[in-house]
Design a protein around this ligand. Sequence first.
Ligand code: CU
Length: 277
Amino acid sequence: MQAAAGLLAVLPATALAAQPTPWQMWSQPAATPTMARIDDLHGFLTWIMVGITVLVMGLLGFAMWRFHHRRNPVPSQRTHNTPLEIVWTVIPIAILLVVAVPSFNLLYYMDRTTEADMTVKVVGHQWYWSYEYPDHGGFGFTSFMKYPEELAPDEPRLLAVDQPLVLPVGVTVRLLLTASDVIHSWAVPALGVKSDTVPGRISETWVRIEAPGVYYGQCSELCGVNHGFMPIEVRAVPRDDFETWVESARAEFAHAAPPVPAAPAPGGPPPVALAAR
Ligand SMILES: [Cu+2]
C-alpha cells in the first residue's frame, strides 16, 4: 500500500475527475471519441423517441376527443384499411433502418482495435481488478477498493482504489479483457467502455483518452457478494508522465517468474492426482 501510494506521487494532481454527481442528468462528459459518438447517437435516438411519443400521444388524444360517444354515437364498422396498414408497417421499418445504420457503424468503430499503439490486459477477480502491461516489460498489479479510512480528502468513497490503471493521453490503447473466476464487467462511463470479462475468453476493445484526468467506473456484472466493491479508477496522464510512471512501476511490480511445476521422474510413481482417476 505504501509503495503504491509512493508511485502515485509520480503522477501530477489532476483537477478533472469523472464520476457520478448528485442529481446528475445524462452521461458523464465524454473523454474518448467512442463516448462522444455514443453521446451523439443517444441524442439522435432521443429526438426520434420524442417525435414518436408526441405523434402517438397526439393521435391518441385526437381519437379520444373525436370518437367520444357523444361526438360519434354510431361507430364505423370498418375492420381493414390496406393503405393505412401498409403505411404503419413501412414507416416503423424505415425508422428501424435509420436507427440501425448509425448503431452498426458505432459498434464496428468500437470494435476496431487494429491500429492500437499499446495493449493493456484487464482481468476481473472476485472482487478486485488486475492490470498487465505486456508492451512495457509485462509488469502487472492488482487494484483494490480503498476503505473509507484510507481515502484522501478528495477521493470518492466506493470508487477510489489503491492502485489505479494508468494510461497515457492521446494514445490508442487496446484493452484485452478476461476474468479468473466468474463473469465481471469492466465499465467506465466517461470512456464509453462496458465490456463483460468472461473466464476462458478474451474480449477486445480500445480507448483513446483525450484529456488528463481521473475516470471512475465499477464492475457492471453481478458477480457475487462484493460486486459493489470492486471499482475501477483510470488515471490518464501526459505521455511523458506515463513513461516516468512505467519506469517506477516496472521496478515496483516486476513479476517474479511463476514457479515451474516439477516434472515426475521417469519411471517413478505416477502423480497422486493422475493415479486416482
Ligand atoms: Cu465483478
